[in-house]
Design a protein around this ligand. Structure first.
Ligand code: ATP
Ligand code: MG
Length: 387
C-alpha cells in the first residue's frame, strides 16, 4: 500500500521521517521555503513555496493530491488543514492538533481550563498596560512569550517591573506578525524538564517512550538524554496528562509532550504534534524504534507491538558560528573514532550563527552514568567544526 505523503517542512526532523517512510515503501513530496532543504535530499519530489500563504498551499495540495499531509513545522497556514481533511486527506496527526498547538493560547486553555492539567499560572496581554497587570497577576519572575513562535523566539524573563517594557517590545515584534497578543507565565523553578514522546495510534492504545531529559539555551535544546531520571509517580502523572491532551487533539502520530519537574509536582508546558528535536537522541539506538520510525508507523496505521529501551543515549547539537553558504565539516574522523558514538549531518545549504547543522550521538549500557554520557556527546560534538 503505497501512500503519497506531502511533507510540509523539510528540516532535519523531516529528513529522518522521510528515510523512515521510504524504508516502508512510501512516496514523499518534501516542501519548504528554500531549495536543497535536508528532507528534500531524500524525498521523491520537492516544492519550494511560502507555506504561510494559503493559496500557495492549496495549489500544491491540488497539484499532488496527497493521501497524507505531514506538517514538520508550525509556520504553516494550518487553518487550511480543516478543508484538506474535508476533502478526505489524512492530516497528521489532525487538523485540530496542528491548529491548536501552533497557538499557545489555544493549547494552554485546552490543557489548563478544559482538561484541568497543572500548568504555570498564566494570563494574556495585548498591550503594555495589560502586560503590567498580567505581571501583577502571575507574580515575579515570569516568562513572556508571543502566542505564535518557536525555538524561544520573542521570549524573555521578567525579573523586575523594569523589565516589562523590553519584554513587551521583544514579544510583540519577534513572534509571527499576525498576532499582537502575548502569554505571561509564572516562572516555574523546575529542577529538570522532560519530553515524553507519546504515540497515538489508529488501531491501538496510546503508548509512551521512556522519558527524555534536555537542557535549553537561547530557546533551543543543547543536549538531550534518555532515559531521564524521574520519580515513578511523576512519570505516571505525566503519562496521564499526555494521554488526555493528545486524546483531546485527536489523530495518530508521535507527539513531544514537554513537562517541567518541580519540587511541588509535574507541570504540563506545551507539546509538538510531531517528532521532537530532543527526540533525536533516539537516533542513538536507544529504543527498538526511533521517534521517526514510530511516527512513520503511527501515521501509516501500522502496528507498534511495543517500545523497548535498548540502551542509554545522549545527543548534543553541532551549531554554525556565522553566516555562510555550502558549509563544509572538519573533525568528522576524530568524532567517529570514538567508540559507541555517531553523528548526523543534516546537509543544510546555508549557515547562520547558532543554526543547528548536525547532532552528535553517544550511547552505552542502560545502567551507565548518564551525566558522563552527556559529557561524551558534547565532546564528540566539539570535535566537529562547521566552516
Ligand atoms: N514558565 C516557565 N518557567 C520556567 N522556564 C520556562 C517557562 N516557560 C518556558 N521556559 C523555558 O523556556 C524553554 C522554551 O519554552 P517553550 O517550550 O514554551 O517555547 P518554544 O519557543 O515553544 O520552544 P520550542 O519550540 O523550542 O519547544 C522551556 O523548555 C523552558 O526551559
Ligand atoms: Mg518547547
Amino acid at each position: 500500500m503505497q501512500k503519497k505523503i506531502l511533507l510540509l517542512g523539510s528540516g532535519e526532523l523531516g529528513k529522518e521521517f522521510v528515510i523512515a517512510v521510504k524504508r516502508l515503501g512510501q512516496y514523499v513530496i518534501a516542501v519548504d521555503s528554500y531549495a536543497g532543504a535536508p528532507a528534500m535530499q531524500v524525498a521523491d519530489e520537492n516544492e519550494v513555496i511560502d507555506m504561510l500563504n494559503g493559496s500557495e498551499l492549496d495549489r500544491i495540495v491540488a497539484a499532488h493530491s496527497p493521501d497524507i499531509i505531514v506538517p514538520e513545522v508550525e509556520a504553516i497556514r494550518t487553518e487550511r488543514f480543516y478543508d484538506y481533511e474535508q476533502q478526505g486527506i489524512q492530516v497528521v496527526p489532525s487538523a485540530k492538533a496542528a491548529n491548536f498547538t501552533m497557538n499557545r493560547k489555544a493549547i494552554r486553555d485546552l490543557a489548563a481550563k478544559q482538561l484541568g492539567l497543572r500548568t504555570a499560572k498564566y494570563t494574556y496581554a495585548s498591550n503594555l498596560d495589560e502586560l503590567k497587570d498580567a505581571v501583577k497577576y502571575t507574580g515575579l519572575p515570569c516568562v513572556v512569550k508571543p502566542l505564535m513562535s518557536s525555538s524561544g523566539k520573542g521570549q524573555s524573563v521578567v525579573w523586575t517591573v523594569e523589565d516589562i517594557p523590553v519584554a513587551w517590545e521583544i514579544a510583540s515584534t519577534k513572534g509571527r506578525a499576525d498576532y499582537g497578543e502575548v502569554i505571561v507565565e509564572a516562572f516555574v523553578h523546575f529542577h529538570s524538564e522532560i519530553t515524553l514522546l507519546t504515540v497515538t495510534q489508529m488501531h491501538g492504545p496510546t503508548i509512551f517512550c521512556p522519558p527524555i531529559g534536555h537542557r535549553q539555551e537561547r530557546g533551543d535544546y543543547q543536549e538531550s538524554w534518555q532515559p531521564a531520571r524521574i520519580e515513578p509517580a511523576q512519570l505516571e502523572e505525566a503519562k496521564q496528562m499526555a494521554q488526555q491532551v493528545t486524546a483531546a487533539l485527536t489523530g495518530a502520530g508521535i507527539w513531544g509532550v514537554e513537562f517541567f519537574l518541580a519540587e511541588d509536582g509535574v507541570y504540563f508546558s506545551e507539546l509538538s504534534p510531531r517528532p521532537h528535536d530532543t527526540g533525536m537522541v533516539t537516533l542513538a539506538g536507544t529504543q527498538n524504534f526511533s521517534e521517526f520510525e514510530l511516527h512513520a508507523r503511527a501515521v501509516l496505521g501500522l502496528p507498534i507491538p511495543e517500545i523497548i529501551l535498548e540502551r542509554a543515549g545522549a545527543s548534543a547539537v553541532i551549531l554554525a558560528k556565522q553566516d555562510g553558504k555550502n558549509p563544509t565539516y572538519s573533525g568528522i574522523a576524530e568524532a567517529l573514532a570514538q567508540p559507541r558514538s555517531d553523528i548526523r549531518i543534516f546537509g543544510k545549504p546555508t549557515t547562520r550563527p547558532y543554526r543547528r547543522m548536525a547532532v552528535a550521538l553517544a550511547f552505552d549500557r542502560i545502567d551507565c552514568n548518564i551525566t558522563d554520557l552527556v559529557e561524551r556527546a558534547k565532546q564528540i560534538a566539539g570535535r566537529v567544526q562547521v566552516k
